[in-house]
Design a binder for this molecule. Sequence first.
Ligand code: TXA
Ligand code: MG
Length: 349
Amino acid sequence: MLTRVVQIEEAERSKDLLYEAGEIIKAGGLVAFPTETVYGLGGDALNPASSRKIYEAKGRPSDNPLIVHIADMEALQAIVKCVPEAAKRLAEAFWPGPLTMILEKSVLVPKETTGGLETVAVRMPSDDVALAFIRAAGGYVAAPSANRSGRPSPTRAEYVAQDLDGRIEMILDGGDVTLGLESTIVDLTVEPPVILRPGFITREMLRQKLGHVEEDETLFRPDSGQAPKAPGMKYRHYAPQGELVIVRGPAEAVTEYISGKLDDGRLYSKKTGVIATDETIDQYKADVPRSVGKRADAAAAAKGLYRILREFDDEGVDLIYSESFEGAGVSQAVMNRLLKAAGHKVINV
Ligand code: TXA
Ligand code: MG
């Protein structure tokens, strides 16, 4: 299959292209599109054959449910059994935006889209191109992140093409995404609601709207002895090809430890990488040194992390050490993805 890549700078000026993309979806095809979080791999959420195609293109297990992307509140009512008060409150506060809600699904949504579950994940993205595309596609676009299974989520169209060229009909290139990590997922089918994946809509923000909110215990600990509640969180995602180890502790001790390990790596002729911050990056002698930005700027780290992980793969790095990112808010999302990429290999110094 030939994959067409089309540039979309502004939804308003690209109506014809968006119409074409919408027609592909309506005919059962697949189109990758930008959202504010990461690029999505879209298909018609109400067409079981489209969802099967998405799993195939991604190389993803079909028990891993997809997020249904919508562009207005009427669409939400159509795909869920009922819209609970909590969902209304969250939608009003955070939609369109980087929040996904799990609700009871209606009969309109096929089991192929929900990985066999009776619940459905729903999100209204804020990106203009995404919203215009969803409307052109009929209003219900099932989309996982547009990477091959096991690769970091793509933050630019070029990365989508690396993973999916020849496997999908079209890629809408809207440039670099603004956030860089996937949406927060909150399960509203249980009381109290549970955060299944941390993101830019933080626990504190959700608590402010809902009162009590819990967190899936598996988010930061591999040893909780429980299966993650979002099926996708059980797979080792975002894994770079090299070994990734996170080093945690007082700043100076971390720098010293990592520097020593980089020296060892060189001794054994390993190609080394480091993930650090502007404050520390110059102290490391790695083959591929990468700073995520200023330590206090968690949003910059979120935006750059997946690009950096892909760059390590492109450079054939064998051994990667990363500083750790503590704190509340967006840092939690950064650390959650980093821990998953590292397969939870953490050294405390
Ligand atoms: O920001 C995002 O959410 C991006 C963009 C494209 O919107 N999408 C995304 O999709 O990250 P994906 O498929 O890579 O991750 C969706 C996660 C998976 O871990 C999946 O298991 C979980 O959501 N999920 C989907 N439906 C669910 C459900 N009904 N119950 C529990 N977890 C669900
Ligand atoms: Mg994904």
